[in-house]
Design a protein around this ligand. Structure first.
Ligand SMILES: *Cc1c(COP(=O)(O)O)cnc(C)c1O
Length: 352
């Protein structure tokens, strides 16, 4: 038998969200926080045009996309590093800091990828329990030791939807030593409406040890193409560029992302509609008697404890796939109004 790293035995296999369907065939996927909208025609056109080039390797420096992102955010191109989805950028971060004995601090529960990537890279995870549904930034600052190389702050947090406020985050950043990289994972930034939830791009400028992760997968609707990026100071971006597998961001992803930035007004208008639905869904759930933490993301969180898997099964009967975390709760993406109504119906029936 070939020998594998011992850590693989302790890692759970990735479980993709299961598709479910009601008896009449209706099926709503509210388990992956995707955009509920079809791709924009202008983006599909750019991909079709890009298809004529697929016998060539993609531009390894993704110059066109990097420049478009730089212009969009008003940052130097040298501050940007791309990856095949921001999960891959996160993996590149682990590769860049991961040394035997190194620790990474993150809240728990938070994004499922953090523990997997830590294990894979040989970095030790230090999980700091949420306080209620929120990051406990004081406890996280206290968890930073000489061994800490990186801290993730997922804002808004996946799966609870809760957000860290500006004053809290600034005083946390002031407490973290300058040689520890703080990663602000802002996969849901475009859905944030609370003005007190800081845009990480306003925080990284004066802080060489702070960087921001963004993705085209959620608000921009390109989950299937895999493209995300980091914005940080030059040494951080340069380290991440070194860890990329050559040509990881494929040509179609590059052209689709550029086209999406060009069509940003249309895409952000869709985000507005999702945000309106988010308000409607949360208020309806509260009216039904649920406790729903305030959410700035494109999903809601229900802390169901032992009832979590029963709840997921009840939603499946209505054709609604949610993301259950057994013993903890369920994360439910905001979809189109029809999908949201199907979910609300299941949620009401569950309480009876
Ligand atoms: C969805 C998500 C991502 C983005 O993943 P991609 O690899 O860009 O598709 C990153 N971080 C968090 C917290 C997410 O929920």
């Amino acid at each position: 038998m070939p020998r594998f790293r011992a850590i693989l035995d302790t890692m759970p296999a990735y479980r993709p969200g299961k598709a479910v369907a009601a008896a009449d065939g209706r099926s709503y996927k509210l388990s992956s926080n995707e955009s509920p909208y079809d791709p924009l025609p202008s983006v599909v056109e750019a991909i079709a045009e890009g298809a004529r080039q697929i016998h060539r390797y993609p531009d390894p420096g993704a110059i066109g996309l990097t420049e478009a992102i730089a212009e969009r955010h008003g940052v130097p191109a040298s501050h940007i590093a791309l990856g095949a989805g921001s999960v891959t950028v996160a993996q590149q971060l682990f590769e860049a800091v991961g040394e035997p004995g190194a620790e990474v601090v993150y809240a728990w529960r938070s994004f499922e990828a953090y523990p997997l990537l830590a294990d894979l890279s040989g970095v030790t995870s230090v999980r700091v329990p949420l306080a209620g549904e929120d990051h406990d930034l004081d406890a996280m600052a206290e968890a930073v030791t000489e061994r800490t190389r990186m801290v993730f702050v997922c804002n808004p947090n996946n799966p609870t939807g809760t957000s860290v406020r500006r004053a809290q985050l600034e005083s946390f950043l002031d407490r973290v030593p300058g040689d520890v990289l703080v990663v602000l994972d802002e996969a849901y930034r475009e859905y944030v409406r609370d003005a007190d939830v800081p845009d990480g791009l306003t925080l990284y400028r004066d802080r060489p040890n702070v960087c921001v992760l963004r993705t085209f997968s959620k608000a921009y609707g390109l989950a299937g193409l895999r493209v995300g990026y980091l914005i940080g100071h030059e040494p951080v971006a340069a380290a991440i560029r070194k860890t990329i597998i050559p040509f990881a961001v494929n040509h179609l992803a590059q052209v689709a992302a550029v086209a999406s930035l060009r069509a940003e007004d249309e895409l952000l208008e869709r985000v507005d509609r999702v945000v309106k639905e988010r308000t409607r869904v949360r208020e309806a759930l509260i009216a039904q008697g649920w406790t729903v933490p305030p959410t700035e993301a494109n999903f809601v969180w229900l802390r169901l404890g032992d009832r979590t898997l029963d709840f997921a099964a009840a939603c499946a009967v209505e054709g609604v796939a949610v993301r259950p975390f057994a013993g903890e709760g369920a994360r439910v993406s905001i979809g189109d109004p029809e999908a949201n109504d199907a979910f609300l119906k299941a949620a009401a029936a569950f309480l009876e």
